[in-house]
Design a protein around this ligand. Structure first.
Ligand code: GLP
Length: 245
C-alpha cells in the first residue's frame, strides 16, 4: 500500500491533479476513470488550468466517470456526464468518441452496463481509476453490502444522496433513481487506483478503510487488497492513519 499525506487541501488538490496529468504524459493513450464530488472538483480545475497554460497531447486519452445517475436527464447539473464534461473533458478537448459514459436514461440498463464495461475493455482496460470515498465507505455507487465480485450494475443510491437529488430535481418517489456504477470487481481490475479523500469528516472512514477488516460492509476496504493502489489524503482526513505512512 502506498500512502501519501498532503499537508493541506491545496497541496492535496495539486498532487491529485498531477496523478492525472502524469498518467496522460506517461501514456498518451491512457484510459482514465474519474470521480465526481467535492473531493475532485478542484483537482479537475487544476488539470484543466495546467492544460490551458501548457497544452499537452490529449488526442488519444479516453476519459470516463466511475458512475452515473439513472433516470435523470443529462441536463441536470448533478449528472456525472455533465459535471465531467464541464470540469475536465471539454477543457481538455477530449473528443466525444473518447469520452465514454453510459446514457442516464435508458430502456435497458443491463445493456448500458454491459456496453459501458465493454467499451473500456475494448480500449485495453483501465489504466488509472481516481476514486472518491463515500461517507459510508462506498466507492463509485457501490453501497455497503455490495458483493466484492460485482461487475458494472445499477445500484440504489444512498438515502442521503437520493434525498438531495430529489430535492434538486423535483423528481417524485414514483420515479426510481439509481446509480450505474463500475462494480467492485471491475474497479479492482484497474491497473492503478488512486483513492483520494480530504477533510476531517472523512477521517473516521479513512481509518476504517485502511485499518479495519476487509469487509463488504465497507466497500473501500477492498482496496487494501489491490496491488497498486495509492491512498492520497490531506492531513485532516489522515489524522488516524499517520502511523501507516
Ligand atoms: C458520490 C459519487 C462517488 C464519490 C462520492 C464522494 O457518491 N458517486 O463517486 O466518490 O460521492 O463525494 P465527495 O467527494 O463529495 O465527498
Amino acid at each position: 500500500m502506498k500512502l501519501i499525506i498532503a499537508k493541506d487541501e491545496h497541496e492535496f488538490d495539486v498532487m491529485a491533479a498531477w496523478e492525472i496529468i502524469g498518467q496522460m504524459l506517461r501514456k498518451p493513450d491512457s484510459v482514465i476513470g474519474l470521480s465526481t464530488g467535492q473531493t475532485t472538483k478542484n483537482m479537475h480545475a487544476i488539470v484543466s488550468d495546467i492544460y490551458r497554460q501548457y497544452p499537452f497531447d490529449t488526442s488519444r486519452v479516453t476519459l470516463f466517470n466511475v458512475d452515473e445517475l439513472t433516470n435523470l436527464p443529462r441536463s441536470y447539473a448533478g449528472c456525472c456526464y455533465t459535471m465531467i464534461a464541464e470540469q475536465i473533458a471539454r477543457p481538455l478537448q477530449i473528443p466525444d468518441e473518447r469520452f465514454i459514459m453510459p446514457q442516464t436514461i435508458s430502456e435497458d440498463y443491463e445493456a448500458e452496463c454491459r456496453n459501458f464495461q465493454k467499451a473500456l475493455e475494448e480500449r485495453g482496460g483501465i489504466d488509472l481509476q481516481m476514486l472518491g470515498l463515500g461517507y459510508n465507505g462506498h466507492i463509485g455507487i457501490n453501497q455497503p453490502g455490495t458483493p466484492f465480485g460485482s461487475e458494472t450494475w445499477v445500484s440504489p443510491m444512498d438515502p442521503i444522496f437520493e434525498e438531495r437529488v430529489r430535492r434538486e430535481t423535483g423528481v417524485g418517489p414514483e420515479h426510481e433513481l439509481g446509480g450505474l456504477t463500475l462494480g467492485i470487481r471491475t474497479i479492482m481490475h484497474a491497473r492503478h487506483i488512486v483513492l483520494i479523500a480530504k477533510g476531517g469528516h472523512k477521517a473516521d472512514m479513512v481509518r476504517q478503510m485502511l485499518k479495519g477488516p476487509v469487509t463488504e460492509d465497507i466497500p473501500a476496504s477492498v482496496l487494501q487488497l489491490h496491488p497498486n493502489c495509492t491512498f492520497l489524503l490531506d492531513a485532516d482526513a489522515a489524522q488516524y492513519v499517520t502511523d501507516l505512512a
